[in-house]
Design a protein around this ligand. Structure first.
Ligand code: NAD
Length: 489
């Protein structure tokens, strides 16, 4: 049955590149037929950037840098506040674009504009507070020595598609607050949100050239990260791409932050609040149809409660409403494209063939959704910790359940992958929480359903989940470099 069209006044922005003050609708990288993930229908013809566009965008960012850098911090702050407010004014439009762009249910995309606003205002607040400090004074050693916190210059931002507005929230405000100018490269599948945001940025008084956009593929990305005028790379995506980027920018001595994938463990103890733990353990891994870096996709349950708890989680997952992302009732949308759908179905088939775990729910294309790129929410129980299913990032609606008998065993399983992005704990025992939080190899630890990726707290990985931090003052510090000045007197 074809999806019923949900009525709206919005339309997809005319996707294009942004180079200085020019909104351009052709690119040297050809064109891309953008497909609505929920229907499989082509919905836009997107111009893509090639190396020549990247060259022009970096030149525009370079030209804009001296002016933006010397703009008083308070003025940069006010511009970012106005941008945050404009996004709030256009919140429903961004929610709508997000749902059409990548298939995230509108009930979820509606939560993101307030997050964009919070992240941007938090970062903006630092714009006039990024101070150096005095290291030594005359009394110490006849040298007056102090530090300066300076912007890098042009930042190259390579983004993935899974949460277009959120990815921009985590990077754009901090980089601009610190006085950098930026060139953003989203992939072909998410060209719309950044384009609309830059229109609003100009309206907010952020000068043209401060934010540039070169939507495109690997060729545009490679041209951006290796460009000699790009002083730092901020990357969000997969580890294989991060390795390629690291290999080409290392000889250039170019710094980068890498926000990569994960296989985050969620430890549920018998003493946990069962209602909270079951809801969180079932729903959180399936947020964005499982296409999120920090989602708790490995559920570790204490053996004494494993049978009952697994049954509760499976029931909760089964109750999720799958369907049209534009329908406010929908809780589970499609995955991003046909390739992702095929990849997930073969990951599930291989896990079954190899007895990586016991399939207890899902595992197929849902019969109720013949159009678009849907995959049934899928749960495996009794997963073997060393199996491919346990070790590999599925990036789709696949939850793996393990059991453990002791805190030590839980930590061993949790730390037993190459990733280290997030970890989650459900327990009412504070002592256990504190001990485990120290032992878990992860950049963030969320306890009893605490939200992740908050604007004032650091977010990022370790191990193959990457390095660098977004959020909080740490996120600002990624976009400044310290100069030391020593004056002999
Ligand atoms: P990907 O690595 O394929 O692509 C990411 C970006 O890199 C895209 O813009 C792509 O065009 C670009 N790119 C590809 N080849 C390039 C090259 N040679 N040089 C420069 N740029 C190049 O990742 P994906 O499949 O789009 O995203 C999924 C991954 O992103 C998952 O692993 C997921 O966990 C991760 N992710 C991480 C976070 C985080 O904050 N830690 C957030 C969301 C997603």
């Amino acid at each position: 049955m074809a999806m019923q069209e949900h009525r709206t006044n919005y339309k997809l922005p005319e996707a294009g590149l942004v180079i200085g003050d020019r909104f351009v609708h052709t690119g040297a990288g050809g064109r891309y037929k953008h497909v609505n993930p929920a229907t499989g229908a082509v919905q836009a013809d997107v111009p893509l950037a090639g190396p020549a566009d990247v060259e022009a965008a970096v030149a525009a960012a370079r030209r804009a840098f001296p002016g933006w850098r010397s703009t008083p911090g308070a003025t940069r702050r006010d511009c970012l506040f106005r941008l945050a407010d404009l996004v709030t004014t256009h919140a429903e439009e961004f929610a709508w674009i997000g749902a059409r762009e990548v298939g995230t249910p509108i009930a979820s995309t509606r939560a993101i504009p307030p997050k964009f606003s919070a992240w941007t205002k938090y970062a903006a607040g630092w714009a006039d507070k990024l101070e150096g400090h005095v290291v030594s004074t005359l009394q110490d050693d006849a040298v007056f020595d102090y530090t300066l916190a300076e912007p890098y210059g042009v930042i190259g931002m390579i983004l993935t598609w899974n949460g277009p507005l959120m990815a921009l929230a985590m990077k754009v405000g901090p980089a601009l607050a610190a006085g950098n100018t930026i060139v953003i490269k989203p992939p072909e599948v998410s060209p719309f949100t950044a384009y609309r945001l830059i229109q609003l940025a100009h309206e907010a008084g952020i000068p043209p050239g401060v934010i540039n956009l070169v939507t495109g593929g690997a060729e545009a990305g490679a041209a951006l990260v290796t460009h000699p005028e790009v002083q730092k790379v901020a990357f969000t995506g997969g580890v294989a791409t991060a390795r390629k980027i690291a290999a080409v920018i290392a000889p250039l001595m170019k710094p980068a932050i890498y926000e990569l994938g994960g296989k985050s463990a969620n430890l549920v103890f018998a003493d946990a609040d069962m209602d909270t733990a079951a809801k969180h353990s079932a729903r959180q891994p399936l947020f964005l149809s499982g296409q999120g870096c920090v989602l708790p996709t490995r559920l570790l349950v204490e053996e004494s409660i494993a049978k009952d708890f697994t049954a509760r989680v499976v029931e909760e997952v089964r109750s999720l409403r799958m369907g049209d992302p534009m329908d406010p009732q929908t809780e589970l949308g499609p995955v991003i494209n046909g390739a992702a759908q095929e990849r997930l179905l073969s990951t599930i088939a291989a896990a079954r063939t190899n007895n990586d775990g016991r399939l207890v729910l899902g595992g197929a294309r849902p019969a109720s959704q013949p159009d678009g790129f849907f995959v049934e929410p899928t749960v495996f129980a009794d997963v073997r910790p060393e199996s491919e299913l346990a070790q590999h990032e599925c990036f789709g609606p696949v939850l793996s359940i393990f059991t453990f008998r002791s805190d030590d065993e839980a930590v061993e399983i949790a730390n037993g992958t190459k990733f280290g992005l997030g970890a989650y704990i459900h327990t009412t025992n504070l002592g256990r929480t504190l001990k485990l939080a120290h032992r878990l190899e992860a950049g963030t630890v969320q306890v009893n359903g605490a939200p992740t990726a908050r604007e004032n707290a650091p977010f990022g990985g370790r191990g193959q989940s990457g390095y660098g931090r977004e959020g909080g003052k740490y996120g600002l510090d990624e976009f400044v470099r310290i100069k030391n000045v020593a004056i002999k007197v």
